[in-house]
Ligand binder design. Structure first.
Ligand code: FPP
Length: 262
């Protein structure tokens, strides 16, 4: 086996060591403009404590608030968080129902903080398939924060990158069919402009918590040159120190974007 699963002690050591990165040192170096995070491990974190999985989702929600506040304080330009995928509907009905209510509570609770921090929030994904109450809450928070000029906080809900790419292809194909565009107009900028992330910088750093090392249909186009960072820390335990550690690792990477170092 190539990768050994870490023991609980090793995970604990990782959590402890992740708090020793010096914030000022990290802030003194170039930061990623766009950080994307796959919020994984809520269920396992709760179960390890003998609690129901939904307890982990609730703790995960509080941590979204914490990490968004930390990232905004560091002047990160954009943060995209994967909270519910197009594949997550396969989960038990009670868990899905809980996950559909959670963002309503989150937007309600977090609205004053978003305004205080000048954070602009948007939801990425197929919103029409979400329950009516959640759609209303999304419209409310997007409208409320629309003129904020600070960090852009994107919450991916009922999001799947393959769906997003299909949507982009259909929109462009339709414009070509209607002669609004010609085939020669299609370039990477045009594709960027027909994705849900239009206007955001490409992802510089993609973090996945809780040990799995896969992308799970998240931002497939946008992560072309992202640095990937995997940590054993489950999402509810991924605090400021862990984010600083991830960014510090990012700052030590040699990014060549396909070129050769001079
Ligand atoms: C993955 O952990 C997590 C989810 C599918 C839900 C993520 C949701 C939140 C963090 C809270 C909601 C956030 C907002 C912004 C409203 P998992 O359940 O797959 O964990 P496991 O792999 O341990 O089972």
């Amino acid at each position: 086996m190539l990768f050994k699963k870490k023991s609980e002690l090793e995970v604990l050591e990782e959590i402890v060591s992740s708090t020793v990165v010096d914030k000022e040192t990290v802030l003194g170096k170039p930061l990623p403009r766009h950080v994307a995070i796959i919020l994984d491990g809520n269920g396992r974190w709760a179960q390890q404590q003998g609690k129901p999985r939904v307890f982990g989702h609730q703790a995960g929600m509080f941590n979204v608030e914490h990490i968004a506040e930390v990232a905004s304080g560091m002047n990160i330009e954009a943060m995209t968080l994967y909270a519910f995928s197009t594949e997550n509907w396969k989960r038990a009905a009670e868990e899905v129902a809980f996950l559909m209510k959670l963002p309503i509570r989150f937007f309600d609770r977090f609205a004053p903080t978003l305004m205080r921090l000048n954070i602009k929030t948007k939801v990425l994904g197929n919103k029409e398939e979400l329950p009516e109450g959640l759609q209303t809450a999304i419209r409310r928070i997007e409208q409320m924060t629309a003129n904020n000029t600070g960090m852009k906080l994107m919450i991916a809900l009922n999001y799947g990158a393959q769906d997003e790419i299909m949507g982009m292809v259909k929109k462009i194909a339709n414009k070509v069919k209607e002669a609004e565009l010609s085939l020669d107009d299609i370039d990477s900028k045009l594709i960027d402009d027909h994705l849900l992330t239009k206007g955001l910088p490409p992802v510089d750093l993609l973090i996945r918590t809780s040990g799995e090392q896969r992308i799970s249909n998240f931002l497939l186009w946008q992560i072309a040159y992202a640095e990937l960072y995997f940590t054993e820390i489950p999402w509810p335990a991924f605090k400021e120190g862990a984010l600083l550690e991830a960014i510090s690792q990012f700052q030590q990477r040699d990014r060549r974007f396909g070129g050769v170092k001079k």
